[in-house]
Design a protein around this ligand. Sequence first.
Ligand code: ADP
Ligand code: MG
Length: 619
Amino acid sequence: MGGEAGTGAAAIIRPTERTGAAVSAVLIVLVLALVVAALTFMLGRQGERMATQLCVNVAATVALAVFSGNSGIVSFGHAALMGVGAYLSGILTMSAGLQGSALPLLPAFLAGHELPVGVALVVVALAGMAFSLAVGLAISRLAGASATIATLGLLIIVHSVLIGARELTRGSQTFYGVPRVTDLTLALCAAALFIALAVAFRESRHGLRLRAVRDDEAAAQAIGIDPKRARLIGWAVSGTMAAVAGALYGHMLGAFSPTTFYASLTFALVAMLIVGGLTSVSGAVIGAIVVTLAQDGVRQIEGGFTLFGLEMPALFGLTTVALALLILLALWLRPDGLVGVREISWPWLARRLSALLPPGRAAPESTPPPESGDLDVARLTRRFGGLIAVNEASFRAPGGTVTGLIGPNGAGKSTIVNLLTGQDRASAGQMRFGALDLARLKPHGFAPHGIARTFQNIRLFANLSVRENVLVAGLASGLTRAEASTVTERALARMDLTRRADTLASALPYGEAKRLEIARCLALRPRFILLDEPAAGLNPEETRDLGERLARLSAEDGTGMLLIDHDLGFVNRLSSAIVVLNKGEVIATGTPEAVRADPAVIEAYIGRANRPVTPALAT
Ligand code: ADP
Ligand code: MG
């Protein structure tokens, strides 16, 4: 293992990530601009129309990607949000004369505004935000497929309302008279702005939080992230953008009906996102380009054509079939989309640019004074149906020291950690950290009180870089960017991961993944860490190295630790006291020497068979 980079590494923080993001945004806009230029150059007026449609599609897909890309939840509801924006902007900008004949029953407060489109777009953005916040309160409570189904519900409800609210929308009849102001310039500017917004959101603390929740909700909670809140913020930003994109679409079409914002638009949007790659803004844009061009191509064929004198009949629905095939093909050949999980980027340029910028103000090392709290567990019980996983367990793990928690497989060790960090609820008993009653806290309420944990089966944010995995914890604990960067670099150095900072977490070998989980804890500047088998699966060399790092942590920071492991030699070396658990009950507590000599412990570990006592009982 390499030497300790020490705390000095934190002194030079260069804003590389953000420069990298800016470079990505510029590259993505350039790609789009090139395609637009090619279309208008090669196809003239028709190319300009296609390019305008393309830019509106990019804006809409990027809006969708702000939620779906960062949360991993596919939304079918964004076409509805676009519809709300389009109708609202149409009503606000329509000439009073036309409004009189087209919408005679319009309520007075909406009638006769004739707003300039720029002003109407601002109103649409505000109304879109209010609407998506209201809807988001319900949707953000759900995760995964349930959330997707809720967004489908939103699509259907909004569609029905658009048809039903005849006074506002002319029902299922065509809504006409919307000023056609979305030309190529406006559409391209909007697409570029949306790309910049989406990249900025992705890199922001809100974006990072949401991506952490996407990759592992339990791990995100353990570093203090409230998943519902993270989803709500992403949904609201995304919904606001979708409403504006819808308004632009409406001003491109000039006339539309509720079906314009229904199934086929939803399908096209989702296709664009999936084909290009769900997790990146680059993916959304590339997807929009590929799908829009494919759609246009297929549409030429759909109406029937003549090939070598052969009359081909019109094939209705061909576009939809082509989209479906495109999605299937993408999912089959490139499950992460054409772009993959990372943004299009140019690291060399990003490094060069950030070297030109003044180094970020290195924040003062902000390790809080380690007020050491004791972890107190009294008669803690957890039943799973008939099985008692933890049975009236009582022990104390004093702050500032390492307490070992050992016991055979299935003894209830992980269950205790889950109870002590809110991942699971106790059936009975008390848990205190100093004066704090832990039973009252939500799963994301532990980290702010200085309690951090690792998981027995590693839980990292797979699609975040190693550095981001740690940074997001620092940011979630309320630090500023500069402070969080300082803390992150230090934590990476202490776990010997500095060289790996830009690697995706999913690409780490096992031993380094284990250390990254601990580095992530360190960014929370915890007063107490619960380590669930940190050395499991490590070779003896790695185990010894990890032991030294943990001992140094405990000595330098005064961090309390509850250390679970099967390697008794490892636990004995680090712990000042040991708690032995068997079948959910505490059968011994004391110094490592006392516990090792305890007949009950020998009995539990070795059973009645007369096998020799080995220091490492790894399973
Ligand atoms: P250890 O970490 O000491 O190996 P665990 O705490 O993982 O043990 O498990 C203790 C017991 O509780 C085991 O018998 C296990 O099967 C059971 N158990 C753990 N979690 C659950 C659960 N969610 N549902 C049902 N049984 C569980
Ligand atoms: Mg376990």
